[in-house]
Design a protein around this ligand. Structure first.
Ligand code: GAF
Length: 408
């Protein structure tokens, strides 16, 4: 992971009316059909378990991507972003294609938008050459911070298209929409991720974490009573950029290792490992042993976390968070010095527990912090970074927000 000197300039907040007005200014007087918004997420528990058909427990963030969209019948999609002034992505949905090496015919940030149109057409929607649209996107979610900005972009675009085109069999079916958005990311953008991020963006509800079984796709809302316990969920963005798409990425390597281990163990997915000690004994490669140990125990930690939340023991989730971090650091090997430092310093300053969240190799950590310790935790983490010669991280206090919805 490399520290990028410059991030996309993220809006401090996004106002739907202002975005609609900016749309009209950008597209010569055209009014948008509406404005839709899809959030990013943090994952409370269950990392790298989704593509192993296991369990996850994300929550939607109050920050996300907003899309103003007008439907057209000229067969052209034009997309612009407040974060990329002066750039226009332009394509004909009916000409979109995936090359034999697994890349979509549109690259850069436009790939996430084009991928959604491509996946919709692959699924039999927007047939014919005339479907077109104009889009203006805006985001208050940092990119590359492991907070799911890719899924937020896909889901905002998808929801906008589904509503504006009146795609009745998708509207009201967030499970089908999550699959479609994931297809855009897997097959068009070329990032072989699981289903967690798109499901979180589309299916989470305010005040709750979302307990998702990634095999059955069944999900349940679990109340997250932070206020009741005087706790805060602090997001610590290390500003170390992570990337999922590259074929040589650590993410892709972990996924391949898990698949190899499952093959060697004779199970469909690591979720099916029932006898962990036996599985560990039978694997000769210590690297694969670590990967299996992480995935299997992480799935247990999701169940444990759900149990603690349901029985009103939120503060005790802290210990599970830290155990999860150690497993990712030592067994799954997806942490980095900045994430480890954030977790250690947060816990030393009184957090109940902390862990990296998302794909790893950079990005953000989350810490469960008593309200009266928040300032101490931030100061201690910032000091630890400065002492190591790193840029100070960015801090945000998260609440569990609403999943994707129409805002105007
Ligand atoms: C990324 C991926 F997109 C998810 O599917 C998931 O695998 C996660 O990393 C790790 O839990 O966010």
């Amino acid at each position: 992971a490399a520290t990028t000197p410059q991030r996309w300039r993220v809006s401090p907040s996004v106002d739907a009316d202002e975005l609609a007005a900016a749309f009209t200014a950008a597209y010569e007087g055209l009014a948008p059909d509406g404005v839709w918004r899809a959030p990013g997420r943090v994952n409370l528990m269950g990392e790298h378990t989704d593509y192993n058909e296991g369990l996850v427990l994300p929550l939607a963030l109050p920050w996300g991507v907003s899309a103003a969209l007008a439907r057209t019948d000229d067969g052209v999609v034009e997309a612009r972003s407040v974060q990329r002034p002066g750039e226009t992505v332009r394509f004909h949905p009916h000409e979109l294609a995936v090359t034999p090496d697994g890349r979509g015919s549109v690259g850069g940030w436009g790939a996430y938008v084009a991928g959604v149109f491509w996946a919709l057409r692959e699924a039999g929607h927007l047939a014919g050459p005339s479907a077109g649209a104009r889009l203006l996107l805006d985001s208050d979610l940092p990119v590359g911070a492991a907070l799911s900005s890719s899924a937020a972009l896909e889901c905002a675009t998808l929801l906008a298209v589904v509503d504006a085109f009146g795609l009745a069999d998708l509207a009201g079916d967030p499970v089908a929409m999550a699959r479609l958005a994931r297809r855009a990311e897997n097959d068009f953008v070329g990032a072989l991720t699981g289903i967690m991020d798109q499901s979180a963006s589309l299916r989470c509800s305010a005040g709750h974490a979302f307990f998702l079984d990634c095999r059955s796709e069944g999900g349940r809302e679990i109340p997250l009573a932070l206020e009741e316990h005087d706790l805060r969920l602090l997001v610590i963005d290390t500003r170390v950029q992570h990337a999922l798409a590259a074929s040589g990425s650590g993410y892709a390597a972990r996924r391949a290792e898990c698949e190899r281990a499952a093959r060697l163990l004779g199970v469909a997915a690591l979720r099916d490992v029932e006898d962990l000690p036996g599985a560990l004994r039978s694997l000769r490669d210590p690297v694969l042993r670590g990967r299996v140990q992480h995935v299997v125990t992480e799935i247990h930690r999701v169940n444990a976390t759900v149990g603690l939340l349901r029985s009103g023991h939120l503060p005790e989730v802290g210990r599970v968070l830290t155990a999860s971090h150690l497993s990712m650091r030592d067994q799954f090997e997806i942490s980095c010095p900045e994430l480890d430092t954030a977790v250690e310093a947060a816990c030393a300053a009184g957090a109940r527990g902390a862990r990296m969240t998302g794909g790893g190799f950079g990005g953000s950590a989350i810490a469960l912090v008593p309200r009266d310790r928040l300032a101490d935790v931030r100061a201690r983490v910032a000091k630890a970074f400065v002492e190591k010669g790193w840029r100070e991280p960015e801090f945000r206090v998260a609440v569990a927000a609403q999943g994707a919805h129409r805002v105007r």
